[in-house]
Design a protein around this ligand. Structure first.
Ligand code: MG
Length: 302
């Protein structure tokens, strides 16, 4: 039995999408994080990053063979593991108590929803997703002067389903990745619905890879964010108001979830708008988001 036979769901730990030799590829990251072994995928499969692998694994199909020897991670350009999500990224607002408190006079001021019983759910368009080290483009002062960061754990759905119960929900989690839910605060508040202020081009840095759910429990990890090296956010995911099973149950009520769907689970306290006075992102700022057991992304704002 060769290397191909060893690639089962049990041994998949980290799946990365990357560019090597001018081509998008998908591969397995080595346990030490220093190498990545590309899969043999068609260009069309590779175009969607880890999507076809997620679908194959949840369907019990054999994984593609490795197409080449392991490559040094330092020799490839990491992209979002799902560079073109199949549809909008699901996102959750006001999902950590301390963050809800810091924005209660602004973003959440006019919310009449019963947000104690139900989470706030909005989406970001798929086209705003960028890689873990790509630049985020500030839209210019005429469009927004209040660009902010939100460090978040993102859940990647494996087996799809509708009306998924909390008790079954974790069986539908394929894995996790890191997201910065970059937000134009003035635009977010201006339009009642949040999607516009959340969906500017390049406003969803994601990566550096997907860590599978057998490797880490997203309910028990830690989300941190640094702005130019200064720690701004540091929150345990156990402090979510609506935990991951509740979010999956809620979002799948009457709506089918599909393999590869992404749910950004909300941000801890410490966003720029929550500071006194607020401190929004300026040109040249570098923002790092790190989640224990998953990895880190770091993006410059230009
Ligand atoms: Mg958010």
């Amino acid at each position: 039995m060769g290397q191909q036979a060893a690639l089962t769901q049990e041994t998949i730990l980290r799946i990365a999408t990357f560019v090597h030799d001018h081509q998008r590829r998908v591969g397995l990251v080595s346990p030490d994080g220093l190498q990545v072994t590309p899969f043999e995928l068609s260009p069309e499969q590779a175009r969607h990053g880890a999507q076809s692998l997620i679908e194959a694994i949840v369907a019990g199909r054999p994984l593609p063979a490795p197409s080449a020897a392991p490559l040094a991670i330092s020799s490839v350009q990491l992209e979002s593991p799902l560079p073109v999500p199949r549809r909008n990224v699901w996102c959750v607002g006001r999902n950590y108590h301390a963050h809800a408190k810091e924005l209660q006079a602004s973003v959440f001021k006019d919310s009449h929803a019963d947000t104690k019983a139900w989470p706030i759910v909005f989406t970001k368009v798929p086209e705003c997703v960028i890689g873990p080290h790509d630049d985020v483009h500030l839209p210019g002062a005429a469009v927004s002067e209040q660009i902010d960061y939100e460090a978040e754990l993102a859940v990647i759905i494996g087996q799809g389903g509708k009306n998924i119960s909390q008790a079954q929900a974790m069986q539908h989690v394929f894995g996790y990745t890191v997201v910065n839910d970059v937000t134009a605060r003035d635009v977010q508040m201006r339009h009642q619905q949040w999607d516009m202020g959340k969906s500017f081009d390049t406003f969803c840095p994601m990566g550096p890879w997907i860590v599978t759910a057998d490797e880490i429990d997203g309910r028990q990890t830690r989300v941190r964010c640094w702005v130019n090296g200064e720690l701004r956010q540091d929150g345990p995911t156990a402090h979510m108001i609506f935990d991951i099973p509740t979010l999956i149950e809620t979002i799948s009520r009457g709506i089918t979830l599909y393999p590869g769907d992404i749910i950004a689970t909300g941000t801890p306290a410490g966003v720029g708008m929550g500071l006194n006075p607020p401190r929004y992102i300026a040109k040249g700022d570098v923002i790092r988001v790190e989640i224990d057991g998953v990895g880190r992304i770091e993006n410059r704002f230009v």
